[in-house]
Structures are given as structure tokens and as C-alpha cells.
Write a protein that binds this ligand. Structure first.
Ligand code: BES
Ligand code: MN
Ligand code: ZN
Length: 495
């Protein structure tokens, strides 16, 4: 979908469909007044009939409104005027877009409300619109899309002063949406297609023809040389070879320290010998969504040409039961030299991430953020709304928290106090890979913190936010918006 912005009065927009917002109790803004005047009061007369209330997401399609250039006018409820946020606006726009698709409208214009921050609103609307048209039908033999898919969305303002901000919002929004789409596509692919080898191939594809992106794939023999005994112990139970995918985005000054993003790329997690129950095990194809979000964020950096250096590191493996698989009680030696007693083979994410974190030291990163569908406990703690945030640096945590708020992709911080560390004590190795039932999300982060001593580090547990279950099962693309916002801010392209 193409997004652009335009200075025009709403009644003059020649478009198959004009979307105009109305607040609760049918309170309009200047856009509505202009349309009403142009139609000589026809709009208000329609509203007086009482079919429409202006509740958030409510829609009413009008045809042939006199004096108005648009073929159709879609009234869109925005809820209470005082409660309007970029987030609530995006939700309403999502509903409108679905309506447009049902009407087989290929192009539409949106009259941006006078109320609110025109940059934030436009950006969130672009992202919501792209999410509303997203479908994953790569694996269906008779993929039926809408007859005429929506191909262009124009944001219109009658106030010229908003135009530049809206243009920026369109390009930022579309980069974030495209990055999220890549993350969703990779997440939604099944484990038999999206293997570690497939992910490595996608990284190479992302770099094709792009001067700013360098991709290196480490094979198992390279990992052996580096002593990545923890990562390799997980992949030993699988016939698919593990890959360590390294993506170096070079948009900043040469020599300026990169931000490192380390994403869990477990392409299928059956639990290993500590096998998971059958119920919903298919969803463990999403166990590579942290890695996918790194792909998405790097893709957004490329699209925005951000002036910053970023390194993406994605350790990728399967976790399956097998004669060669990790067994409970096995002791492995990580690349850092620390030994780990594998008391539960299903706590494999931390085993592949710890070696990836140690590997990341060589880039002398300014900050490291790892992203992982790491613990079911995080879903119990925070549900499906916020990702878990833990960090060894308060300023980095604050920065990520702020980015999550600004990008409508929120996180909530949990403590990483030393008190929790002793839950990882082992009788036989330097540490165990599990810390018992209490605070499972925190003890997983405690484990990782032992491999993150050499840099400023934050950990995002996205177990509850990376995908939705049920009838609308599918990847969400989170936390690509947060990561992109964080990088945009570091690159000083937003304030
Ligand atoms: N990938 C899972 C975590 C997960 C489970 C994410 C369900 C989303 C939904 C991870 O590898 C795992 O299995 N973690 C275990 C850790 C436990 C053995 C300490 C868990 O959460 O049960
Ligand atoms: Mn697991
Ligand atoms: Zn896992």
C-alpha cells in the first residue's frame, strides 16, 4: 500500500472514498463542518436520523453526498474527543480499512482530525492500516484476496502547517509496518519451512544489493571453534543444522559503536527430552519471533536509511527430542567458559542466547537488547499486553520503556535483583538452567545477565506479545515498532 499526504479541503478530495472522523455524540471538527456546508446541510440531516453515535470504530458508508467530490464518504466514530490518542485513532482506522476492503475500494483518503498530534496520529494510522490489510496465505492453494485490494491511502489536512509532519509520519509508519510485516511472515511460516537454514537464507536475501548491510552466517563448525557448547547442545537433538545469523547494518559513522539486537530464533520448540504437552504445541513455531523482530528492525533501518550502526545477532536452532538431545542433568560449557547444568531441556532459549550474547562482545556494542519468547511465566505475569523488560542499566530500561510508549508497543519492567540469582544455584555446575517456579521470567533474565556483564544490556520477554492464539491466530510483529522507535531516537531522526 502507498501512503501520502496532501493539503486540501475535504469536500474537494476526488477519491473513491473519503474517511472522516466523528466524535462521541456526533461532535465533529472542521472537516465535518466543511463537508456539511458543501453538502448544504445534508450531512447533519443524515446524522440527525440517529443511526450513528460516534463510538470508537463505528462506521457508516454514505453514497452520493451532494457538493462533495468523493464518490463515498465513510463516517468513522472516534469515541470521546478528550480521550483521543494516536492509539485509539489507529484502532478506529483499522476498522475503517476493513470496511473499505469489504467495499472493494482500491484508493481512499483520510481527513486527519484537527485534534491531536498530526505526526503520531498519521503514523499510527499508517501502521494500523497495514495491519488491517495483512494476510498470510502463502501456504493456501487458493489464496483469495479482496477483488480490488487497497493500494493507496492519502492523508489529507486542510491546515498546511501539518503537512511536513504528516509526510514524515507516512515514511516512518510505512517502514515500521514493513518491518512488522516481515516479522509476521517469518513468524507465521511453519517449522518445516522456516528452519534455521531458511532464516539464514532470508538474511542473505535482505542484504542482496544493499551496500549498508553485511550478513555473515556462522555454521556449527564455526560455533564449535568458538566453544559455543550451550547453543550446540540444543541443536544436537535436531537434524537441522543450527545457524548463527549476523547482520551488520552500517548507517552510522565508521567506528561509532553499534547497538546490538540479539533475537531468539528457535524455529520449533518441542521442549526436547523435557517434552511439552501436545496442547497448542503448534504455536511453538513462533519461538523464533524474537529473531524475526531483529530482521524486521534491520529492514526498517534499511528503509529509513537510519544514520546509526546496528548489529543483529540471531542464534537459530530447533529444540526436539532425539537420541543425541540434551538430557536433564547434562552439563554443558558455554562460550564464556561458565558451565551449565541442563535441568530442564525446555529452558533452551537461554542456552542459545547466552552464547550469542558472549559472541556479541566482539562488536563492543554501545548497548545490547535481546528479544525472546523466553518464558510462559511472562504470560502469567503480564498477559498479552506488555512485553517484559529487564535490564542491568536504568537509563537503557527507561529509553526502551519510552520507545514502547511512543510506538504503542509497550513493555513493563520487572526487577532483576541479586536476590533472585541464587535460585540458579547448581550442585554440579556453575549454574542451573532453571530457577524453579517462582518468578520464572526474572530467573530466566538472571541467567542471561551472567553473560551480559560486559555491556549495557536489556532483555525483552515477548512470550505474551509476539503472537495471538485462537481464531485470529497469527504473529503480531511485536516488538518491531518499539525497536525501530528506539533506533530512530538513537539516530536522532525523531525526538
Ligand atoms: N519458548 C518457551 C517459552 C514459551 C512458552 C513462550 C509458551 C510462549 C508460550 C521456552 O523455551 C520454554 O519452554 N520455557 C519454559 C522454561 C521453564 C522450563 C523454566 C517455560 O516457560 O515453561
Ligand atoms: Mn522451551
Ligand atoms: Zn523456547
Amino acid at each position: 500500500m502507498k501512503h501520502d499526504s496532501k493539503h486540501a479541503q475535504p469536500q474537494n478530495l476526488k477519491t473513491p472514498c473519503l474517511v472522516v472522523g466523528i466524535f462521541d455524540h456526533n461532535r465533529g471538527d472542521t472537516n465535518l463542518d466543511m463537508l456539511d456546508q458543501a453538502s448544504e446541510g445534508a450531512l447533519r440531516r443524515i446524522l440527525k436520523k440517529g443511526d450513528f453515535q460516534g463510538r470508537n470504530g463505528e462506521t457508516l458508508m454514505l453514497y452520493g453526498l451532494p457538493g462533495v467530490a468523493a464518490t463515498r464518504v465513510l463516517l468513522l466514530g472516534l469515541g470521546k474527543q478528550r480521550e483521543l490518542t494516536a492509539r485509539s485513532y489507529g484502532e478506529a482506522i483499522g476498522k475503517a480499512i476493513r470496511q473499505l476492503q469489504e467495499a472493494n475500494v482500491a484508493r481512499a483518503a483520510i481527513a486527519l482530525p484537527d485534534e491531536g498530534d498530526s505526526y503520531q496520529m498519521t503514523r499510527q494510522a499508517v501502521i494500523a492500516a497495514e495491519a488491517a490489510v495483512y494476510r498470510f496465505d502463502e501456504c493456501k492453494s487458493d489464496a483469495k484476496g479482496p477483488r480490488r485490494p487497497l493500494t493507496q491511502l492519502t492523508f489529507a489536512t486542510h491546515d498546511r502547517r501539518h503537512l511536513r509532519r504528516m509526510q514524515k509520519a507516512c515514511s516512518h509508519g510505512s517502514a515500521i509496518a514493513n518491518g512488522s510485516r516481515l516479522a509476521k511472515d517469518l513468524g507465521n511460516l511453519p517449522g518445516n519451512i522456516c528452519t534455521p537454514t531458511y532464516l539464514a537464507e532470508q538474511a542473505r536475501k535482505l542484504a542482496r544489493g544493499k551496500r549498508r548491510l553485511k550478513v555473515t552466517i556462522l555454521e556449527e563448525k564455526d560455533m564449535e571453534k568458538l566453544g559455543m557448547g550451550a547453543l550446540l547442545s540444543v541443536s544436537r537433538g535436531s537434524s537441522q543444522p543450527a545457524k548463527l545469523i549476523v547482520m551488520e547494518y552500517k548507517g552510522g559513522k565508521p567506528g561509532s559503536k553499534p547497538v546490538a539486537l540479539v533475537g531468539k530464533g528457535l524455529t520449533f520448540d518441542a521442549g526436547g527430552i523435557s517434552i511439552k504437552p501436545a496442547q497448542a504445541m503448534d504455536e511453538m513455531k513462533y519461538d523464533m519471533c524474537g529473531g524475526a523482530s531483529v530482521f524486521g528492525a534491520i529492514a526498517a533501518c534499511l528503509e529509513l536509511e537510519l544514520p546509526i550502526n546496528v548489529v543483529g545477532v540471531v542464534p537459530s536452532s530447533e529444540n526436539l527430542p532425539d537420541g543425541n538431545a540434551n538430557k536433564p542433568g547434562d552439563i554443558v560449557t558455554s562460550m564464556s567458559g561458565q558451565t551449565i547444568e541442563v535441568l530442564n531441556t525446555d529452558a533452551e532459549g537461554r542456552l542459545i542466547l547466552c552464547d550469542a550474547l558472549t559472541y556479541t562482545e566482539r562488536f563492543e556494542p554501545a548497548a545490547v537488547v535481546d528479544i525472546a519468547t523466553l518464558t510462559g511465566a511472562c504470560i502469567i505475569a503480564l498477559g498479552h499486553h506488555a512485553s517484559g523488560l529487564m535490564a542491568n542499566d536504568d537509563r537503557l530500561a527507561e529509553e526502551l520503556n519510552h520507545a514502547g510508549e511512543a510506538a504503542n508497543d509497550r513493555v513493563w519492567r520487572l526487577p532483576l535483583w541479586d536476590d533472585y540469582q541464587k535460585q540458579l544455584d547448581s550442585n554440579f555446575a556453575d549454574m542451573a538452567n532453571i530457577g524453579g517456579r517462582p518468578a520464572g521470567t526474572i530467573t530466566a533474565a538472571c541467567f542471561l545477565s551472567r553473560f551480559a556483564k560486559k555491556f549495557k544490556w536489556a532483555h525483552l520477554d515477548i512470550a505474551g506479545t509476539a503472537w495471538v492464539s485462537g481464531n485470529d491466530k497469527g504473529a503480531t510483529g511485536r516488538p518491531v515498532p518499539l525497536l525501530t522507535q528506539f533506533l530512530m531516537k538513537r539516530a536522532r531522526v525523531v525526538d
